[in-house]
Ligand binder design. Structure first.
Ligand SMILES: *Cc1c(COP(=O)(O)O)cnc(C)c1O
Length: 378
């Protein structure tokens, strides 16, 4: 059996090595390291993949979120609602722009933001909601869109973990995550479903004017060379990353299918265990692209489980061990711990198993058997 990795980028690279080498060599030969033609090519390919949504490449997924919020002309003190259970980048950019983050609890089944909690948190100062398609599971966009429309709010989708996922509306209409709200963002961090060989990110919007504005923000607020109309940032996807991403984008659906196949195998082996809750896909099978395969475990010491698996050379992850409302940087007198019962429970119960495109059945058998062995001994 091959050694088990949390993310196996070596195995994935082996399949595309000659193509990647050639593309990288071409960029070096051209020396167009910044804004080379390959960046434009990637942008166009991704726009096609996202059914015609505008794509603005940028430096990383955190920049993408910050730039998306900058483009919405929010004022200091405006409130932005997001989930208590996500990677810190989501709340970080809100605070950085002197907006007021308002954290709310999540749905126990999907780990995604709970629209009922969002509704309760809306005040006259609320200007935007940031759902995160956490672990690759599409957030409940239909109720969130309704809330956004009713209350005149922007909807910013943090799609760093969900690229390639499809949300199905109640009338059967399907739309890719990241293209449903006012603006969407993603990350090409190497371990993401569409990962480069370094940092990268992008912003998505179907609004042509907003796309135009964002193209200036990523480039020092410049719309005409050396004319700075608004305050921007410097955030670029470099050509070497775009060259790699071009090759991997062609395989994104295939990669996501492989992740789903591994998830199905995990679920078959684990879902009947009384001390394990396996992740669910809501609606149809396309709504989850399994950036992570995250279980809840009950009635066992999770840290001891992590150690047990580590001894068996099985890496795991705990995403995320601390709710954002309890993080030093984001504590606020406005939060009461009891307002976040679902998150508070999730942080104690979650464990993510190895998830990538190269998992073998043999590995999955070994991982699940080792897990069940520990659970049964408790
Ligand atoms: C990875 C991630 C980000 C940040 O992306 P970077 O490219 O690392 O800056 C933001 N939000 C979520 C939910 C993420 O998983």
């Amino acid at each position: 059996m091959q050694p088990i990795r949390m993310v196996d980028l070596q195995g994935q690279y082996a399949e595309i090595a000659p193509e990647v080498q050639e593309a990288i060599n071409q960029v070096i030969k051209d020396t167009s390291f910044i804004n080379g033609p390959v960046v434009r090519e990637f942008q166009i390919q991704l726009e096609e993949y996202l059914d015609g949504t505008h794509v603005i490449p940028c430096g990383n997924g955190t920049d993408a979120l910050q730039i998306a919020l900058m483009a919405l002309d929010l004022q200091p003190g405006d409130e932005v609602i997001t989930a208590d259970f996500t990677f810190a980048a989501t709340v970080e950019v809100i605070a950085l722009l002197k907006l007021t983050p308002v954290l709310v609890d999540i749905d126990p089944q999907t780990f995604n933001i709970d629209p009922k909690a969002v509704e309760k948190a809306i005040t006259p100062k609320t200007k935007a909601i940031i759902p995160v398609h956490l672990f690759g599971q599409a957030a409940p966009m239909e109720p969130l869109l309704e809330l956004a429309q009713k209350n005149n709010l922007y909807l910013v989708e943090d799609n760093a973990q969900g690229i390639g996922s499809t949300y199905t509306f109640s009338d059967g209409r399907k739309q890719k995550t990241g293209t449903i709200g006012t603006v969407g963002t993603t990350s090409f961090f190497p371990s993401k479903n569409l990962g480069g060989y370094g940092d990268g990110g992008a912003i998505f919007t179907r609004d042509t004017d907003l796309a135009q504005k964002i193209r200036g923000i990523v480039n020092h607020g410049m719309y005409k060379r050396y004319h700075h109309d608004i305050i921007g940032v410097n955030s670029r996807l470099d050509s070497l990353q775009a060259a790699v991403l071009n090759i991997k984008l062609k395989r994104l659906d295939f990669y996501n299918e492989r992740r789903k196949a591994a998830a199905i195998q995990y679920t078959q082996r684990l879902s009947q265990h009384p001390k394990i809750t396996t992740p669910i896909r809501q609606g149809d099978c396309d709504s989850h692209v399994f950036h992570q395969y995250t279980l809840r475990v009950h009635g066992v010491n999770r840290d001891a489980l992590v150690d047990h698996l580590k001894e068996k050379n099985i890496p795991t992850g705990v995403y995320y061990p601390i709710p954002l409302h309890a993080q030093k940087a984001y504590q606020s007198p406005q939060y009461k711990d009891e307002d976040f019962p679902v998150t508070n429970r999730a942080v104690k119960e979650v464990i993510s198993l190895p998830m990538h495109t190269e998992l073998s059945l043999e590995q999955i058998d070994y991982i699940t058997a080792s897990l069940i062995e520990f659970m049964d001994a408790q």
